[in-house]
Design a binder for this molecule. Sequence first.
Ligand code: G3I
Length: 359
Amino acid sequence: MTLSRQQFLGLSAAATAAAALPLDDSLRGVAARHGFMFGAAVRSGALIADPRYRALVLRECGLATPEGELKWNAVDADRGYDFHRAEAIQTMLAPSGVRLRGHTLVWHNALPRWAELALATSETGRQTLADHIQAVMAAWRGRIDSWDVVNEALDPGEADGMRRSPAFRGVGPDYIELAFRTARAAAPMAELVYNDYGLEGTDTRSDAKRRALLRLIEQLKMRDTPVDAVGLQAHLSLEQAFDQRSYAAFVRELSGLGVDIHVTELDVADHSTEAVSVRDRRIADRTERFLDAVLDTPRARSIVTWGLTDLYSWLNDWGRYYRRDLTPARALPFDASYRPKPMADAIRRAMRGAPARAV
Ligand code: G3I
């Protein structure tokens, strides 16, 4: 095969870029060599108190999403902004080149009481929404380059597919458009993401939610609303059937509307009482089939797991164990002793096997 000069230069540029990337087998390293970003949701308290966890995050993650530190109830609980917990995360991770994702600006959950009331009132809703987005994004301009602007606005149980959230009630159905426009003005360089869950199953509810999401993004795009990407949360469950081919088709259709795709909150719940090794294998298998479906789309850019070790997973928190038999969930790529599980290999294999994209 003879290469044109342009092809040759392209290949050598790619080879030089690849040579500069970390060669280790970390999830961060494998992601970078295959044109992805890999990361996890992180907790400021654990990063401070647990050096082994901090070391694991620094070794494996190129991206980190504060799990709760940027939510409305964390940054403006009582009318006065306080970012110190998110800033602690930045101080610990940014010097090692870990980029932060912002989560989340408009959500029906994690709202302080005052904001919930103000949003749900037509006289104050618009201003409250816009002020919050403006204040938070301006404070983090240049430090966070991707934001979940609107989170979980869909409800497949409603005829129009839209959740009756405080903002929906106070501002009206166009609150989503207002949020994205305000976000673009507040931080013009930031990537603006719509983020949602419950999209993976083969049941009618998941199907209705997929259709509602496609409709929402299509409508936003038709109105030139600045939405750049969709976050697929991906809280997967082994109790739910998954059809890889139809899910891949859905992701392709979504990206065809002109948005990038991020996996933003990946974890895998199960209620199996089989041996841990069997559960881990099934969780890895589901992870790989899910990621194969998503990464098939060239516009899929990043994978973030919702936690990195089973030690710090929302599924194991607050003594309200998720699992019916009350044993810990094994939902994440590293176990509670920080050892890699088959799920970590599955993520690596999916990234290595994905159609090539620019590095
Ligand atoms: O900080 C308090 C602590 O002082 C108190 O002792 C304890 C007792 O309940 O609660 C602590 O706050 C909890 C907080 O997490 C921090 O740990 C809240 O009760 C609890 O509701 C909150 O849960 C978080 C949840 O979002 C709501 O904000 C989970 O950790 C977090 O994993 C979860 O993440 C969401 C994403 O943001 C959106 N998608 C779904 C995902 C999973 O539910």
